[in-house]
Design a protein around this ligand. Sequence first.
Ligand code: PEP
Ligand code: MN
Length: 445
Amino acid sequence: MAEGWTPGSWRTREALQLPRYPDPRELAAVEEELRALPPLVTSWEILALRQRIAEAQEGRCFLLQGGDCAEAFDGCTPEVISNRLKVLLQMSLVLVHGLRKPVVRVGRFAGQYAKPRSADTETIDGVTLPSYRGDMVNAPAFTAAARTPDPRRMIKAHARSAMTMNFVRALIDGGFADLHHPEYWDLAWVGHSPLAAEYRRMVEQVADSVHFMETLSGEAVHNLRRVDFYTSHEALLLPYEEPLTRQVPRHWGWFNLSTHFPWIGMRTAGLDGAHVEYFRGIRNPVAVKVGPSVTPDALLRLVEVLNPGNEPGRLTLVHRMGAGRIGECLPPLLKAVQREGARVLWVCDPMHGNTENTSNGYKTRRFANIASELEQAAEIHAAAGTRLGGVHLELTGEDVTECLGGARELTERDLERAYRSSVDPRLNYEQALELSMRIVRSQGG
Ligand code: PEP
Ligand code: MN
């Protein structure tokens, strides 16, 4: 077990990005309540995912991680949940088909309710209020009541996460992910998409292969009915994560049972900070976002603290440099990690280094920059002799217009039509599917 670590040892370190709750007693009462509630995932599932990540590190499978920048409480609806699942299943079908290897599917959901912000407060017309930090902390409306952090929201986040999990599990157990029936995942607007023909062709080829295998073996291939689906979120709000950090009867150590695969955001990845302290003691597979300011030495120290035993499957590094900077920032990091022989899974997040503001006041990302960062990542890894083992994306199954470009060539004017994110802009269904086709091409599939 990690030396000197307890689920609460993070409290001795500086904790960035945490809200200031007006009433500490109320916060403590909520923490007690959370400590008694059932977990959202099990240690068995967590260890199974760790094994899959170890396989991805060896190039035997590919990680697809995606979902909203921030889930919203009012996005906990059957449509939003099933549409997001459909997009992820469709993308994974494209990846399985093109890369010819299994895909590990990880949703950014069932807990993605807390956000880091660049400023603690926001000022509009001379009024200053706390920044919106995700539905688990406060509400987006610009009023003092909405913006005051409320610990009871953590209980609601736990419940919404459980509902989301429950619905995803039920859909998958009921055969929703069955490769025999990819039509279950069709979204209403697939038919009108410029990509529809290419996608349909792949679905037919997969159906043919399934049929062929079943004819050869004389029986139905049952494991095509089910897929494993894991959850992840940024474990930012430590007063929520700590009470869900538990010991279990049959496995040693401590598990964060609020999600399978928590990650540390770029803004809270400081070596001496509370988040790294919390993460070093849990047995989950963990990820860290790595931005352009991280030096090779700092990265190696982080790797040492989070995975001192160099265990397979434990550590994923998610680089998010931006299309303009990846060429300069990534190679030295790859070299350093390679030189140390550190076992990591390298994943590219092509979203967070490519955020910009439009002249009409929207926070957006250009599809071309997102695709370019991914393509450069594949090339840089190939040249370095390392492996790009996965992607981390912000996407939705809804027909939104938040990112520019893509097959439908969305323009700044289009953003006005269906911009719904209260935080970062997400790829819509079509853009997500198109990106998965580009990933296949950039990986030589
Ligand atoms: C995010 O994933 O939404 C995020 C804030 O990313 P990063 O920590 O990489 O900026
Ligand atoms: Mn984001």
